[in-house]
Design a protein around this ligand. Sequence first.
Ligand SMILES: Nc1ncnc2c1ncn2[C@@H]1O[C@H](COP(=O)(O)OP(=O)(O)O)[C@@H](O)[C@H]1O
Ligand SMILES: [Mg+2]
Length: 266
Amino acid sequence: MQTEHVSAPAIGLSKIEKWFGTRAQPVHALAPTDLDVPAGELLVLLGPSGCGKTTMLRMMGGLLEPTGGDLTIENRPLWKDGARQGETLSELGMVFQDANLFPWLTIEDNIALPLELKGVGKAERMARAHELTRLVGISGFEKRWPKELSGGMRQRAAIARALSYDPKILLMDEPFGALDAMTRDQMNLELQRIWMETRKTIVLVTHSISEATFLADRIVLLSPRPGRIDTIVNVPMARPRSLDVQTTPEFQDIARTLRHRLNEIS
Ligand SMILES: Nc1ncnc2c1ncn2[C@@H]1O[C@H](COP(=O)(O)OP(=O)(O)O)[C@@H](O)[C@H]1O
Ligand SMILES: [Mg+2]
């Protein structure tokens, strides 16, 4: 018999839970939830609006206090019985729907800003910013202003900024939700490439079935009222996946299963 090597998950949720609102009008945003995200996985949280995707992601990022439960990042406690434990900020990068670049900073200064806040010297910051513009495919735009870039390029810069201090984990909340369909497809390809180059652990929130199926190793389908894990779907398709994968029976089977289940729970 083979001995199985069990390594600690990059992110571990144990009975993590969130209530919002008042005693008169409480909202159970996330029922007690267990979930392990192994290191290097590209995990997608999928579900209808209001099912608790952002709530779960913000608790993983340390931005939102859970009502109860434990959460570990890289085997270190972040939340325990709903209370904040250590700082894990350097383990985490976050990307949101809006790039949120500072308009008065050039692209390279935006990307290097987290490093500047950490006290990293100018030469090292700029070297890292250039390395990252290459990684995300915006080399040559270092001296431009955010308003000179397209929406997709601004999102690339936001990803570069999130990677600036080389975190092990990238948390992304509908990062391509504001982009047109063609740009979004392109960004999905690019994110897959960046992930394959860097092997970060990624948790990505979306309500797009095709985006989830294209990108994910595993899809966690959440259902609303209260938010909770409904189903976990493995996506075993080989990588790198091209956009043509969407026309394969394998892809369409997974997408159909998700669509039917989403219709039932929404
Ligand atoms: N700050 C808040 N105050 C009260 N209710 C909230 C707050 N944030 C989220 N909620 C509620 O919690 C539930 C889950 O929200 P959210 O995590 O944003 O869902 P999703 O990201 O899946 O659309 C929703 O019912 C939402 O209205
Ligand atoms: Mg949300």
